[in-house]
Design a protein around this ligand. Structure first.
Ligand code: SF4
Length: 142
């Protein structure tokens, strides 16, 4: 099976602070599946490192107040295109990210508080019928 995966979970240093979220359980999926890495924030043309962003009232703002909604939407569209071209029905995405988080995201106050909601890319993929799982849920995949 082809699985779309947040590149930072595979060890790519594409996270806002220039590091990664390497996860051995996600990497282990490679034994049985073809993993297609994506980083929507990189696809959006945002630099590494970059100022962190959170979602507030449906829009994306960097911590210094820049409205990045359009860039995040652009990155999400590119991720969806790759998912559809590759025929991915499942995505394993980084939990809590304003792009990749699914189910829980930070509340927009940059205080570490979580609320119910989806990152921009995760939501777009979900709307197009792709099953979105976080890295803590990979054991659900055969
Ligand atoms: Fe990882 Fe997604 Fe953030 Fe890129 S946008 S660094 S893939 S969580």
């Amino acid at each position: 099976m082809k699985i779309l995966v947040s590149a930072c979970l595979l060890g790519e240093n594409c996270k806002y602070n220039g590091t990664n979220n390497k996860n051995e359980n996600v990497i282990a999926l490679e034994k049985k599946h073809t993993l297609i890495p994506i980083c929507p924030e990189c696809f959006a043309g945002l630099p590494i490192p970059r100022v962190p962003s959170e979602i507030k009232d449906g829009k994306v703002f960097s911590k210094d107040g820049e409205d990045l909604t359009e860039a995040f939407n652009d990155g999400a569209e590119k991720a969806l295109y790759i998912a559809e071209e590759a025929g991915c029905q499942i995505a394993v995405l980084k939990e809590r990210s304003p792009s990749c988080g699914f189910g829980k995201i930070y509340d927009g106050s940059f205080s570490g508080k979580l609320i119910n909601g989806n990152g921009i890319t995760a939501h777009l993929l979900y709307e197009h019928g792709i099953t979105v799982l976080g890295e803590s849920q990979v054991k659900k995949i055969d």
